[in-house]
Design a protein around this ligand. Structure first.
Ligand SMILES: NC(=O)c1ccc[n+]([C@@H]2O[C@H](COP(=O)([O-])OP(=O)(O)OC[C@H]3O[C@@H](n4cnc5c(N)ncnc54)[C@H](O)[C@@H]3O)[C@@H](O)[C@H]2O)c1
Length: 266
C-alpha cells in the first residue's frame, strides 16, 4: 500500500470529490479526518472510510474560520498523532443562490474567494507547523480547468481557481526546504450536484445551450471539448490524489495536474 501509517485531513471531505479522495487514500492505508460544514454527511463518510479498516473521524469545520481550521489540525494530531497529508478540497461555485443569477454579484466574488482561496490558505496555515516539525508533508489543492482559462459563465469561480494554481506554486517554493510537496489537481467535467446547477445556468445564459436540460449541456460540452469523449469521475480525481500524496511523487512539487480527458493540454 502506498500510504500505510499516513494521516490525511480532507476538507470538504463529506461528499463528492472530497469523499472519493478520502476513500481512495484510505484504500492505500491512510487514516482520515473528514472535515466539513455538513456534520451528518461527514459522519456517514467517516463511517464508510472506517469500514475499510483504517482509523477515521469527522470534524465539523468551516474553512473560512482560521480558529476552526486550527481546531481541525489539533484534532487530527490528538487522534492520530500527526498530519502527513492535507487535501484542500472544500469549494463552492458562488454565494448561496448563485445558480439562479445570470451575472456574478459582489457577494459571489467575496463568498467564493472566502471559501476557495482563504479557506485553502487557512487550512494550510493550520497544518504547516505540524508538517514542518516532522520535516514531511503533502498539500494537495483542488483547483479546476476553469482556473486554466477565464470563463464568462462563472468569472468569480474561474478567477478563484486560477488563484489556487498560483498559490500552489508560491507555497511549493516556500515549503520545499521543509520537505513538503505542494501540488494541485484541475478536475475536468464531473457530473455532480454542482455541475447540474452549472448546466442550468449555461442553459439560461448561453445561446448555444439555450433550453437544454443540464445533463444535455454537460454532454454537449464533453462532445465539443474532451478528446476522450467521456466524463471524469470523483474516483479519477482520487486516483490522481493518491499518486501525488505518495512518495512515488516525492520529486513533484508546484504542479497543477489536469485530470480532464485532454480538455486542456497545458
Ligand atoms: N464537480 C466538478 O465538476 C468540479 C470540477 C473542477 C473542480 N471542482 C472542485 O472540486 C472540489 C469539490 O467539488 P465537488 O464537486 O465535490 O463539490 P461538492 O459540493 O459535492 O462538495 C464540496 C464539499 O465542500 C463542503 N464545503 C462547502 N463549503 C465549505 C466550507 N466553508 N468549509 C468546509 N467545507 C465546506 C460541502 O459541504 C461539500 O461537502 C471543489 O473545490 C470544486 O471547486 C469540482
Amino acid at each position: 500500500m502506498l500510504l500505510s501509517e499516513k494521516v490525511a485531513v480532507v476538507t470538504g471531505g463529506a461528499t463528492g470529490i472530497g469523499r472519493a479522495i478520502g476513500l481512495k487514500l484510505a484504500e492505500q492505508g491512510a487514516s482520515i479526518l473528514v472535515s466539513d460544514i455538513n456534520e451528518d454527511a461527514a459522519g456517514r463518510t467517516a463511517d464508510e472510510i472506517a469500514a475499510l479498516g483504517v482509523q477515521a473521524a469527522a470534524q465539523v469545520t468551516n474553512v473560512v474560520d482560521s480558529g476552526a481550521t486550527d481546531a481541525m489540525a489539533a484534532r487530527a494530531v490528538e487522534l492520530f498523532g500527526r498530519i502527513d497529508i492535507l487535501i484542500n478540497n472544500a469549494g463552492v461555485a458562488g454565494a448561496p443562490g448563485w445558480y439562479t443569477r445570470s451575472r456574478s454579484t459582489e457577494e459571489d466574488w467575496r463568498f467564493t474567494y472566502g471559501v476557495n482561496v482563504l479557506g485553502s490558505v487557512n487550512a494550510a496555515n493550520s497544518v504547516i507547523p505540524h508538517m514542518k516539525s516532522a520535516r514531511y508533508g503533502k498539500i494537495l489543492n483542488l483547483a479546476s480547468i476553469a482556473g486554466r482559462e477565464g470563463r464568462p459563465s462563472l468569472p468569480h469561480y474561474s478567477a478563484s481557481k486560477s488563484a489556487i494554481i498560483n498559490y500552489t506554486q508560491a507555497l511549493a517554493g516556500e515549503l520545499a526546504g521543509d520537505n513538503i510537496n505542494v501540488n494541485a489537481i484541475c478536475p475536468g467535467l464531473l457530473w455532480t450536484p454542482m455541475w447540474e446547477q452549472v448546466g442550468g445556468r449555461y442553459a439560461r445564459n448561453d445561446p448555444q445551450y439555450e433550453g437544454l436540460a443540464p445533463r444535455d449541456v454537460f454532454e454537449k460540452m464533453i462532445a465539443a471539448n474532451i478528446p476522450f469523449g467521456r466524463e471524469q469521475t470523483p474516483e479519477d480525481i482520487g486516483d490522481a490524489a493518491v499518486f501525488l500524496c505518495s512518495d512515488e511523487a516525492k520529486n513533484i512539487t508546484g504542479q497543477a495536474l489536469n485530470v480532464d480527458g485532454g480538455f486542456f493540454m497545458r
